[in-house]
Design a protein around this ligand. Sequence first.
Ligand SMILES: [Zn+2]
Length: 280
Amino acid sequence: MGTQLFARGAEPGKCNDWLNVESPDMVMEIHRAYFDAGSDAVLANTFGANRYALARHGYADNASEINRAGAQVARTAAGEQRYVLGDIGPTGDFLEPLGTLRADQVREAFVEQVRALREGGVDGFIIETMTALDELSLALEAARAAGGGLPVFASLSFDKGGVGFRTMMGVDVPTAVSRMIALGADAIGFNCGTASLDEYVELSETYVAAVRSAKKKVLVFAEPNAGKPELVDGQAVYKVSPAEFAAACGRILKAGIHILGGCCGSGPEHIQAVAKALRA
Ligand SMILES: [Zn+2]
């Protein structure tokens, strides 16, 4: 979504989520492009629409309005045959004692977002790009408590360092998997990060192995970026072709993943290549 909004003239550093209210046609056009490409589901443009993330742009008190509008525009694009997940991203701050955010306030902010997404007509929720387990847990609790029984997907961002895959906050895959299962996520997975396509395949294998050893039934999803970003004139650019992306998604599927999507840099042309290759 971010990549597509910037390509249509949205300004980096401004509030992408406010566009649900200010330019719903632009957001609608992006959803439609992905459905036309073969997507079964899109994420509402609400990744940064919790009141803490919105406060950076002066929109904290518009959280409900922004989430409702984002859900509605995606619902309209999806119709009744395809799916909309309300997108729930991080606050961008740390919880106590590392930071200043209190757990009860953060949970309340996620509850506010979940309620408004439901009012806007989503089919479920996806908590993504999380790096801290405490924040992920609060978002999952909020979606469980206020989500009306709709499915909840939960995802963290991993990078591969010297000690294997970890989030920025040092969480490894088995720890993440067991926590997400314990908190009742319907589908668990990973998204974003700075991995290469080969590393996303390896991460998928690591996830599936962790789920197998947890011995619990849960769906596993993968939302890789279109490869590693390269910095060009200070902008992150994704150079992986649709064919390369689709080939990697085929390997990810073989690793045992149930649900596939694309994160940064994966345009409608990438999703179209995946749909063509994997539905053949
Ligand atoms: Zn991403």
